[in-house]
Design a protein around this ligand. Structure first.
Ligand code: ADP
Ligand code: MG
Length: 716
């Protein structure tokens, strides 16, 4: 829903007949736009293309205009409707132009007059005129304590006669978009609901509805669009919290549709043809012979699974899960070589330039002397080099293309693509992942890699179409990273320790605090921290700085200096969080560790402990700590197991975060909640199976209602 406006301040003309819209958003735009084309376009913006979609366009929330709370009884911080007589209306100019009305109710029990300020920062002359002294108005909004007593900013209001009747039911507030008023939406929805009974007809068979004790679809949507009068408080709460049986029916239907679409997707995949990548073993054999280590048993097993998939004529969609440092890259490199042996190209993608660059370097080193040309492509590449890369890729001269998401832009032609590898796939945005799936990659095999295990609800839903391989073993000889919690007061001792370690030829990361509000602030702190450490540690040790705003060339230079040990300490923002691999760096200090999430701390700490030296991670914290921060630091202090940490993390954050759908604004599931509706997901999965087996026609109808060709339910 993130794309739609919340509709929070939209007017409520629907039930209050001649209400004057309060904000400028609803009024002018709505009046000037003739219905028809404008309305159609606005609805399309909301994802509404068919009447059926309007039926499923359900309220975000409800407003209670059925009661009038006396001015003397208003509560702070809640939306309420109240009524009074206007005693003054002025335009004020300080601190900025605004319309201020004073609303008054005769007197309270003790005979004092009760007042309420109505404040408008945006207003039209006709609104000002409507609010003249002596008028009786009914207003709706959130009451706050202002400088001059209680007030409502931008209330909805309506001029009334004393004792004017009240609506008898809740007023729905719909997700909307600029220029489309609640009034219009309500009318359109009501008209549609009344138009054709087929729109609210049952898609599920009676036995399923009965077995799951579901509300009928038509009852459920009618209840949600127009809740009946005088709901008791419990029902009202269930409606608001979306636990009401009417909501349950909608969620269940949505989840069934998702499961059906997954299964359809899987069927299509099974029917698709992918190049058979048998390989010859020439390149993979050469790589295995030249790396300085032996594959772990887990790596061998996973490599066999992938190798087997690549030989099949249906596209592989496999997720390779393995904790930070478990050695996913070498497995990916082997897969790439099998494809190249079979005469096919490989795209190897990473979510950040630093990581992509590191893969590029590693692969170049591993493949040196072998007949494989590697092309390098990121967004920051100078035009000339970019053209060269694009040409090498398009001509097939480069069989391996390494880069960021720049690799799946339209310009990039990979004529012989056989395998797409996506590292740290959960770090790519949802939109990018969908784009990747849409692209010519449809024909190619796909290998996705992630250090973060997928929560169970997601494994059952968005990712249900993936095969999963797990690297459940660490390469031998790894010494666990010692973790210390260090109060910031003892910072000087830590600096000393780092100085000593660097004098012995070791290297350290110093991670700068996460500042959620602003990347700019984070940058400033990184620069300040760099200056501080440079001053205390001196030029002999060498302190480098790495942050996201640097030009790609500058970043690469700093990384190269660090790898070449020209720099002893690398001050970095969280840009180093994913995948960076410098085995000689065995110390890490994380500033304000209490501000980081668990997954992030684990990823960061995973940057050390990659070489033979014993590694140490210092988590600097500043008191006072919140309970969550304490809980998080305790988990990261006690555990080094990524899966365990992820589980703890889930308990704190919930799977919705993991999906990243919330930030990206792609509403994958509109009603069901992956955090709260786990039980429902399992039932929906069974129901979808049953439908496909016993009632394929019903399954088709159900999917048609929900999918309508506009939604993506599957993830890659
Ligand atoms: P991740 O799974 O986090 O991507 P990497 O692929 O970056 O891990 O591997 C981490 C480090 O371990 C690299 O330096 C890599 O060369 C090394 N490595 C990988 N496999 C083995 C192995 N079987 N034995 C020893 N070292 C290994
Ligand atoms: Mg990696």
């Amino acid at each position: 829903m993130a794309k739609a406006k919340s509709g929070k301040r939209a007017s409520t003309e629907g039930t209050l007949a001649d209400l004057v819209p309060a904000g400028p958003s609803a009024s002018a735009a709505e009046k000037s736009k003739a219905p028809g084309r404008g309305l159609h376009d606005q609805l399309v913006k909301l994802g509404i293309a068919r009447d059926q979609d309007l039926v499923l366009h359900l309220p975000l929330r409800y407003e209670d205009h059925t009661r009038v709370v006396p001015l003397s009884a208003l509560a702070l911080g809640v939306e309420q409707q109240t009524e009074g007589t206007i005693v003054s209306t002025d335009v004020q100019f300080r601190p900025r132009r605004q319309l201020v009305c004073m609303l008054e109710e005769g007197a309270d029990e003790r005979g004092a007059r009760v007042q309420l300020v109505l404040r408008f920062f945006h207003f039209y002359p006709n609104q000002q005129k409507a609010l003249t002294r002596g008028r009786r108005v009914r207003v709706y909004g959130e009451v706050r304590e202002g400088h001059f007593g209680r007030e409502i900013v931008h209330p909805q209001f309506k001029v009334i006669d004393e004792g004017a009747p009240l609506p008898d039911r809740l007023t729905p507030v719909y997700p909307t978009t600029a220029g489309l008023g609640q009034e219009t939406l309500r009318k359109v929805v009501a008209r549609t609901l009344a138009s054709d009974p087929a729109l609210t007809g049952e898609t599920l068979p009676d036995w399923l509805v009965a077995r799951e004790h579901l509300w009928k679809f038509s009852d459920a949507v009618r209840f949600l669009h127009t809740p009946p009068p005088r709901l008791n408080p419990l029902t009202r709460r269930a409606l608001d919290e979306r636990t009401h049986p009417a909501w349950t029916r909608l969620k269940f239907d949505e989840l069934i549709a998702q499961q059906l679409s997954l299964k359809a997707h899987r069927k299509t995949r099974a029917a698709r043809h992918a190049p058979v990548l048998t390989g010859t073993g020439a390149l993979t054999g050469a790589l295995l012979a030249r790396i300085p280590f032996k594959l772990t048993r887990a790596q061998q097993k996973v490599w066999r699974e992938i190798s087997h998939d690549l030989k099949r004529a249906t596209p592989m969609q496999r997720l390779l899960q393995g904790d930070v440092g478990s050695g996913k890259t070498i497995v990916a490199a082997l897969a790439a070589l099998q494809a190249i042996e079979s005469g096919r190209q490989v795209a190897f993608m990473a979510p950040t330039e630093i990581l992509a660059e590191q893969h590029y370097r590693k692969l170049t080193q591993w493949l040196e002397g072998l007949p494989v040309n590697i092309a390098w492509l990121t967004g920051g590449l100078p035009a000339k080099e970019r053209r060269k890369s694009l040409e090498a890729i398009a001509s097939g001269d480069a069989m391996l293309a390494v880069g960021t998401h720049a690799l799946f832009e339209d310009e990039v032609e990979l004529p012989r693509l056989g395998l797409a590898i996506v590292d740290e796939q959960h770090r790519f945005g949802v939109a990018q992942r969908l784009k990747l799936r849409g692209k010519a990659m449809g024909e190619a095999h796909q290998l996705m890699m992630s250090a973060t295990p997928i929560p169970r609800t997601l494994a059952m839903t968005f990712y249900a179409d993936l095969d999963v391989s797990v690297l459940d073993e660490m390469p031998p000889g790894r010494q666990p990273v010692k973790t210390h919690l260090v109060n910031n007061k003892r910072r000087a001792e830590l600096v000393d320790r780092v100085r000593k370690a660097c004098a012995e030829g070791r290297q350290a990361y110093w991670v700068c605090p996460l500042i959620e509000e602003s990347e700019k602030l984070e940058l400033q702190t990184a620069v300040a921290l760099h200056a501080e450490l440079e001053a205390t540690l001196g030029p002999k040790i060498g302190v480098g700085l790495l942050h996201g705003r640097m030009k790609p060339g500058a970043k690469a230079k700093v990384m190269a200096d660090f790898v070449a040990r020209k720099i002893g300490v690398l001050v970095a923002t969280t840009v180093i969080e994913v995948g960076v691999d410098v085995p000689n760096a065995s110390l890490m200090a994380i500033e304000h560790a209490e501000r980081f999430g668990l997954a992030q701390l684990h990823q960061l700490r995973g940057r050390v402990g990659r070489g033979a030296d014993e590694s140490v991670c210092f988590l600097l914290f500043e008191e006072p700590l919140t309970d969550t921060a304490k809980a998080r630091l305790k988990v990261i202090y006690e555990s080094s197991d990524g899966f365990e940490i992820a589980r703890a993390d889930l308990l704190i954050r919930g799977p919705g975060e993991f999906l990243g759908a919330r930030q990206s604004g792609v509403p994958l599931l509109r009603f069901a909640d992956l955090d709260k509706d786990v039980a429902l997901i399992e039932k929906a999965r069974d129901a979808a199976d049953a439908l496909l087996q016993k009632e394929p026609a019903a399954a088709d109808a159900h999917l048609a209602r929900w999918l309508g060709g506009r939604e993506e339910f599957v993830k890659a």
